[in-house]
Ligand binder design. Structure first.
Ligand code: TXA
Ligand code: MG
Length: 349
């Protein structure tokens, strides 16, 4: 299949030619094709959530296990009410506060409007209203609820730029919308609202504290070592480049790198560590300031992809400090490393 590419940047959304492109995208989705499109978290691979054939194409293109349900993207709360329950006023309050934006809510299903394959035969559905102007416009223009997992081959880092989608899915999908890079760079917070207290199934930009402030009550957090993963996707290894990726404490990063001289390694770290590596080392900077978690999250997957393409044999990645604002970033880094950590004498915790 010759993958079509539609260029639509946010600032040309009202420009000449855009309407024609939106029309083509709508036709493709209506006929059950799948299309890569931008969101503010990561690029998604979208198909009509009510059409099992479209959903099968998503699973096939990604090589995704069928028992891992997809997030359904919508443009309005009215649209959501066609197929899902809002169990409580507090959930509505959270939606009104954070939508459109980087959070998905797991809700009870009302009927069988959404294809069973989309939700992997569960009686619940994860729903999200994205804020990316182009992604949201496509949802409004088509009126179709769009199932969209991240638009990467399963197990690879999620795509934060359209070029990543092309790298992974060219000739496997009908089309890709080439737009601006993702603003956040890691996937949405997933909040399970089918139980109370609500439970964070996947950490993201919107934190436990952010949620608790709105509902004025406690929010639980799912921990990875619980026996049964709440989000089926959390049990799979994720986001990994092909080489071993080793987490390394900041205090020993410089010495360790000096001792590895001569080996063919890469380093992913804040800009301040660039001075410690020699010119022949592949260095990818995550952020200008060591504690800029937002910038680091935005650049993480691109950095992992760059290393994956390079010829380095092993990658060292800086361990950011643990605090509420770095939680989602650390969660993705830990998953990518498989938890191999080099600690310094002063870093035992
Ligand atoms: O930011 C995002 O959420 C991106 C963009 C494209 O919107 N999408 C995304 O989708 O990350 P995906 O499929 O890569 O991750 C969806 C996660 C998986 O861990 C899946 O298991 C979980 O949400 N999930 C989806 N529906 C669920 C349900 N009904 N119950 C429990 N977990 C669910
Ligand atoms: Mg994904």
């Amino acid at each position: 299949m010759d993958t079509k590419v539609w260029q639509i940047s946010s600032d040309e959304l009202n420009g000449p030619g855009t309407l024609e492109k939106l029309g083509e995208i709508k036709t493709a989705l209506t006929y059950g094709e799948v299309v890569g499109l931008p969101t503010e978290t990561v690029y998604g691979l979208a198909g009509d959530a009510t059409n099992p054939e479209a959903i099968q194409k998503i699973f096939n293109a990604k090589g995704r296990p069928q028992d891992n349900p997809l997030i359904v993207h919508i443009h309005s709360i009215e649209q959501l009410k066609k197929f899902a329950e809002i169990p409580d006023e507090r959930v509505l309050k959270l939606m009104e506060k954070f939508w459109p934006g980087p959070i998905s809510f797991i809700l009870p299903l009302k009927n069988d409007y959404i294809a069973a394959k989309t939700v992997a035969d569960l009686r619940s559905v994860a729903v999200r209203m994205p804020s990316h102007p182009v992604g949201l416009k496509i949802l409004e223009y088509t009126g179709i609820p769009l199932a969209a997992p991240s638009a990467n081959i399963s197990g690879k880092p999620s795509p934060t730029d359209y070029s990543h989608v092309i790298d992974d899915l060219k000739d496997k999908v009908y089309g890709v919308v080439a737009s601006d890079p993702a603003d956040y760079g890691i996937e949405s917070t997933v909040l399970d609202c089918t139980t109370f207290p609500y439970r964070i199934a996947r950490p993201g930009e919107i934190t436990k504290e952010d949620l608790e402030n709105v509902i004025d009550g406690q929010v639980a957090v799912h921990s990875d070592d619980m026996k049964k993963p709440i989000s089926p996707g959390m049990k799979y290894k994720h986001y990994a480049p092909r080489q071993p990726l080793i987490l390394i404490e900041g205090s020993v990063l410089s010495q360790t790198l000096i001792s590895k001289k001569g080996e063919n390694f890469g380093v992913i770290a804040p800009e301040s560590f660039r001075q410690d590596v020699s010119d022949d080392v592949e260095f990818v900077s995550l952020c200008q300031k060591d504690d800029d978690y937002r910038e680091a999250a935005k650049n993480l997957y691109g950095a992992l992809r760059k290393m994956d393409k390079s010829d380095v044999d092993i990658i060292y990645i800086y361990r950011f400090r643990e605090n509420p604002r770095s939680e989602a970033l650390l969660n993705r880094i830990y998953k990518a490393t498989g938890n191999v950590l080099i600690k310094g004498a002063h870093d035992i915790d």
